[in-house]
Design a protein. Structure first.
Length: 261
């Protein structure tokens, strides 16, 4: 069962090759890691948001995927605002806590940078089927087939682990051993899930070995993975977004290389 909806699969981004999406996400992410300033991150984030309609992701689906990253970015920015580099006017000072113009600007830059890196990656991979990604990595990037197929099988089992966790919780509750001691209950249930995962993984490895997944003979693929003009266009758009963010940052004098911090 696919983890993406049919509407997302048929979207302009959903029809593109997984390797092209991976290349686009890496292009934007690597460029944004070269500097910590709010201008380049803001421009990249704004341009990425302008391209979101092509993914056909609902706001709810996007929020469910992004909110943990946004919460982490907010925590990191708050810590930076309190303990970051001091420069300009100081607005608050108490012990080690110090809020100044420099710390606030650095906090805003970090918050925007985390979102600017995370949102394109989340959107691109939310429109990618794991099987398509595995086919592309094995056929185009030439990664070892055993590694790719093993990773794909493990990814497919994530949903089963969630179902196992729920079944374990209901079974323990039905037996009357989940009414008290939340920490002890969580530890016991985690160990039970770990044992269950090992057993299922062993059975899956045996089944894959029996079906010839472990052979050293060069395998064939049911679905060929190819690059098309739309894939090249996506990479060019990613390069354009990265170039626009750097150009705007340099033009405004906000470019701050990581090595210069």
């Amino acid at each position: 069962m696919s983890i993406i909806t049919l509407d997302v699969r048929r979207s302009p981004l959903g029809r593109l090759n997984a390797v092209a999406k991976l290349t686009a996400a890496l292009t934007i992410g690597i460029v944004l890691l070269l500097s910590i300033d709010p201008v380049s991150a803001g421009v990249s984030f704004a341009l990425t948001c302008a391209l979101l309609p092509f993914a056909r992701l609902s706001f709810r689906d996007l929020w469910l995927r992004v909110w943990p990253i946004a919460a982490s970015a907010l925590i990191a920015s708050l810590a930076t605002a309190l303990y970051g580099r001091e420069s300009g006017s100081v607005y608050f000072e108490w012990g080690l806590l110090r809020i100044s113009d420099g710390s606030l600007m650095l906090a805003g830059a970090i918050f925007l940078r985390v979102l600017a890196i995370a949102v394109p990656s989340v959107v691109l991979f939310a429109t990618t089927d794991p099987t398509d990604l595995a086919d592309a990595l094995a056929q185009l990037v030439r990664l070892p087939a055993r590694f790719v197929l093993g990773a794909l099988a493990g990814l497919r089992l994530v949903g089963l682990l969630i179902d196992d966790w729920r079944e374990l919780a209901m079974a323990r509750r039905a037996r009357g051993v989940a009414d008290t001691g939340r920490i002890r209950r969580f530890a016991g249930q985690t160990f039970a899930l770990f044992v269950l995962a090992i057993r299922r993984g062993t059975k899956l490895a045996t089944a894959m070995e029996a079906r010839g997944f472990g052979t050293r003979i060069r395998r064939t693929w049911a679905r060929p993975s190819t690059l098309r003009a739309g894939d090249a266009l996506l990479v060019l758009i990613a390069v354009a977004v990265a170039a626009a963010s750097v150009t705007a940052s340099v033009a405004t004098g906000a470019w701050t290389p990581v090595t210069g911090l």
